[in-house]
Design a protein around this ligand. Structure first.
Ligand SMILES: [Zn+2]
Ligand SMILES: [Zn+2]
Length: 121
């Protein structure tokens, strides 16, 4: 067994770890918090962040201390898991989807996006 062998505490994936996170479920270990204290909680992916160069970062929340940490996506990362994280806010909007029309009306549109742009927003 190579010393690089890693067993993911989150999903049980085992293999050679090339990055700082599990390529299967994209979770990581919170080695230390922003103040430099050892934490060792599990970082659970919650969102995807796109930086100014268009690179994807995984945003994870620590299950132990609640801190948010981001780390770059790697080539070997599971694309299905990445996409499911990226689309999560769309799949679960914080309001009922039927409310969308009502919301655009509230913003001064006619319930479609045309009216919204015509007003120079
Ligand atoms: Zn994992
Ligand atoms: Zn933590």
């Amino acid at each position: 067994m190579s010393e690089n062998m890693y067993r993911c505490k989150n999903c049980g994936w085992e293999g050679e770890l090339k990055a700082d996170h599990c390529p299967h479920c994209l979770s990581s270990v919170h080695s230390e918090d922003s103040e430099g204290y050892e934490c060792l909680g599990t970082l659970q992916p919650v969102s995807i962040l796109v930086d100014e160069k268009g690179n994807w970062d995984i945003v994870s929340r620590c299950s132990r201390c609640g801190e948010l940490v981001s780390y770059p996506v790697r080539e070997e990362d599971n694309p299905l898991v990445l996409l499911s994280i990226a689309s999560r806010p769309l799949a679960m909007p914080p309001f009922p989807i039927e409310k969308t029309e009502e919301l655009t009306l509230m913003m001064g549109g006619q319930g479609d996006m045309e009216g919204y742009y015509e007003q120079g927003n």
